[in-house]
Write a protein that binds this ligand. Sequence first.
Ligand SMILES: [Zn+2]
Length: 324
Amino acid sequence: MKNINSKERSDSITLKGLIAAQSRMSANHPTVAILSSKQSMIEAGIGGEERVAEVLGRYKFPFKNNIFHDLSLCSDSYFQIDHLVKTPYYGVILETKNLAGSLEFRDNPPQLIQKREDGQIKYYESPVVQLERNIELFSAWLSERNIDLPLYGAIVLAYPKQHVEIPPADTKILFPNLVPPFIKSLPQQGKGLSASTFNWLSAELIRCHQTYIPKPICESYQIPIQDVQPGVRCISCGKIGMIKISRSWHCPVCKVNNHLAHEPTLAEWFLVVKRTITNRECREFLQINDKFTANRILQSMNFKSHGTYRNRTYFMDLRTIIRN
Ligand SMILES: [Zn+2]
């Protein structure tokens, strides 16, 4: 079984950004509640996908297969597949939903309506539409490579207490333990992919997988930069406000010194505030006065940069955050 490392998911970058942003905003800021509910949604989504991955991982299919989780590919546009089960005869795309309460799949207009136990009603984009779009885009991706593989899809409800009031008209809905029997029941028609094509396709999927880098939180939610509290975060106690001392940073709260404390704080800048940073922005965010110190710090981070010295901007490849 091939697994794309689930740590390299774009969701976990968004999650890190959401958590960092909330901790740098005042608790009564109007956007904090929105960020916090987005955070729980992503956590639930990751939890659901992990449950499905676990069921698939335990199951021994009686035929050759490769399973990919959280696959990000690009065809006409960028798309993300929760799970792809690939056999020589067909591919199965699974879209996982992890929502509590009772669910109604409306077809016209396509919508998913969630009625929670506390009476709250929420409206979502229909996973049927997401699934169909993914099947279409993946089918185009395969055609670009001259591969003819029938595709099937299903929506998996991963939350243990989900109840489907109205199912969608033409789409299969499964609970996690029903996924392996569903995959096994699909027809194996024609000659199927040759062993070499099958293996080539697996390698090609891994080669083309690219972690999507989400926009910084301030950009996504129109939060003014001045609403984000600057300062170096202490690696030991998590409090913001470490002070620059000679060759290190000092935390006035827990008294710890750490000479690399600016590194995760700069990563927070890119997750939360902006894709780029200048010397001035670095000084403001790290709360230091000296531009030579800021310059030394920016140079030491191996960021990509462009522009001449005075108006140089630096970028960070956020993928390195999740690899660490
Ligand atoms: Zn501290």
